[in-house]
Design a binder for this molecule. Structure first.
Ligand code: HEC
Ligand code: HEC
Length: 279
């Protein structure tokens, strides 16, 4: 018996080492899971993401100040970002300004990415380099107003990697790069009301699903999700199911968040519980 226990402990230790993520694996987890890049950058068919076309250009956004399409971010050198240097990519991800000096629309959530640790930013670039080239030219952006990055409060600078060991801080980090509050905070005159209405919902999202309205995800007991259990909140995030069992509509990327680790989901829930209760 004793021998078996020792063997099992040894195996667990080996697995622990084997599971240490490489930068490319970490980057894949961030890009394809937590940060839901594919929700915007992968073309959609009737059943969702078109297989084999990941990140080759996706959704079109037509709004009064702009008409833009999420570009091809595969390694194709003409229609993708194959020619961008690592430094250009990292600068773009955190400032929203392309190598040619043209800023993107704030709905590409770069205002949420300034918080990325240097290691995670490197990991994202390392993974994107492995996304094989697909030729697909998307329509050039049209801007009818000046574009400016809108930085999410608390995301002004990279988080210290040591802070990721604190559950609530880790939850804030993950919810930030997952840009939850971009959809869940109402806007006025093109700006989010982060200081006064954080997480209260209300933005409308029209699409092939009809229309959905972002819900109140503050810790308010009745108007928000303060009365939900951790399991109910995690199920909503990963399976798009409400507390009463009703299905939630897109565009929230439930299917991507579904692959988040349980530790990370628990951290997100821990942070959500700290969002001030508002009706
Ligand atoms: C909410 C939708 C959305 C999400 C999520 C999103 N993007 Fe974007 N992204 C866009 C749009 C739209 C543009 C183009 C904006 C414009 O033309 O002004 C863009 C532009 C870019 C560009 C510039 C490419 C070029 O050729 O100019 C890169 C690189 C990029 N995104 C990478 C990413 C990565 C990596 C992620 C995930 C970590 C991501 N995006 C998440 C919508 C999104
Ligand atoms: C692209 C926009 C978008 C993003 C990003 C987004 N959500 Fe949502 N979320 C929505 C919309 C819209 C709904 C409501 C859908 C419906 O009612 O059918 C929703 C519903 C929810 C619900 C269910 C609430 C209820 O009362 O039923 C929870 C919980 C939730 N989101 C949490 C999150 C968290 C946490 C994140 C980040 C990890 C996140 N959302 C990211 C748009 C978004």
């Amino acid at each position: 018996m004793r021998l078996i226990l020792i063997a099992a402990a040894g195996l667990a230790a080996t697995l622990g080492t084997a599971h240490a993520q490489s930068p490319v694996e970490r980057g894949r987890y961030l890009v394809d899971t937590v940060m839901t890049c594919q929700n915007c950058h992968t073309p959609k068919g009737p059943t969702g993401d078109i297989a084999g076309k990941a990140l080759s250009g996706g959704l079109k956004f037509d709004e009064p100040p702009f008409t833009v399409t999420a570009p091809n971010i595969t390694q194709d050198s003409e229609t993708g970002i194959g020619k961008w240097t690592d430094a250009e990519l990292k600068s773009f991800m955190t400032t929203g300004v392309r190598p040619n000096g043209v800023p993107v629309v704030p709905l590409m959530p770069t205002g949420y990415y300034k918080i990325l640790t240097p290691g995670d930013l490197d990991a994202i670039v390392a993974y994107l380099r492995t996304v094989g080239p697909i030729k697909n030219e998307v329509a050039a952006p049209v801007y009818r107003a000046p574009m400016q990055q809108e930085v999410f409060p608390g995301a002004e600078k990279p988080m210290s990697p040591a802070d990721l060991n604190d559950k609530v801080k880790r939850g804030f980090y993950l919810a930030t790069i997952a840009h939850c509050m971009e959809c869940h905070t109402p806007m006025d005159k093109g700006r989010h009301l982060y200081d006064t209405r954080l997480g209260t919902g209300g933005q409308k999202f029209p699409g092939p699903w009809g229309e959905s309205t972002a819900r109140n995800i503050t810790s308010h007991k009745t108007a928000g999700i303060g009365g939900w259990t951790d399991a109910e909140i995690k199920r909503a995030i990963t399976h798009g199911v409400r507390r009463d069992g009703a299905a939630l509509k897109p565009p929230m990327g439930y299917g991507y968040y579904a692959k988040m680790t349980d530790t990370d989901l628990d951290a997100v829930v821990a942070w959500l519980r700290t969002v001030p209760p508002l009706e």
